[in-house]
Ligand binder design. Structure first.
Ligand SMILES: O=P(O)(O)OC[C@H]1O[C@H](OP(=O)(O)OP(=O)(O)O)[C@H](O)[C@@H]1O
Ligand SMILES: [Mg+2]
Length: 179
């Protein structure tokens, strides 16, 4: 375990097992469609990379880079598009891949944006759901794990850009961010 990690909430094995299960469900649910799978950078990169390999049907994928946390633990509430999609969502069945839904601000913004851009359907798959963090009323269609109201890191999730490369989900030691 990394020296800055207080506890592991979801192990590497549990993540990979859950991704197989989610991939199976998505394969079934999208088998007659050609979904546009949209990964939200930077956090969703590891999850997206593993999940798409477990979806056994035709799909197209693209990435969008949005950010609202900057260098802290608290959402700014303002979602910034750092890089938009290259692909039009008009008429498409969009499946958004996220690492975490916390306040809900990011996904609320994106779901509204894709509807405005005339997507045929918009669904959300998230590895983690933190329902106690919610500021807006939104819920994912597919969830990996429900996590408590703690700042989590690893498997794409960062604290000031660090820890994204850990293969598990953990909680940071308080002395790391009190420094
Ligand atoms: O539900 P919310 O409160 O909006 O939080 C969830 C979002 O926050 C994080 O992104 P962040 O803005 O930190 O960008 P990053 O993925 O590049 O780290 C995370 O990856 C989600 O996209
Ligand atoms: Mg972040």
């Amino acid at each position: 375990m990394h020296k800055d990690v207080l506890e592991v909430l979801v192990s590497q094995e549990e993540i990979q097992e859950k991704i197989k299960e989610l991939g199976g469900r998505l394969t079934e649910d999208y088998k007659d469609k050609f979904p546009l799978v949209v990964g939200i950078l930077k956090g969703s990169l590891p999850f997206m990379g593993d999940l798409i390999q477990q979806i056994d049907s035709h799909l197209e994928y693209d990435m969008m880079d949005v950010s609202s946390y900057g260098h802290g633990f608290k959402t700014s509430g303002e979602v910034k598009i750092v890089k938009d999609l290259n692909t039009s969502v008009a008429g498409r069945d969009v499946l958004i891949i996220e690492d975490i839904i916390d306040s809900g601000n990011t996904l609320d913004y994106l779901v509204k944006l894709f509807h405005y851009r005339k997507a045929n359907s918009v669904k959300i798959v998230t590895l983690l759901d933190k329902p106690d963090g919610r500021q807006v009323d939104i819920s994912p269609d597919y969830t990996g794990f429900v996590v408590p109201d703690k700042f989590v890191i690893g498997y794409g999730l960062d604290y000031i850009e660090r820890y994204r490369n850990l293969p598990y989900i953990g909680v940071l030691k308080p002395e790391v961010y009190e420094k």
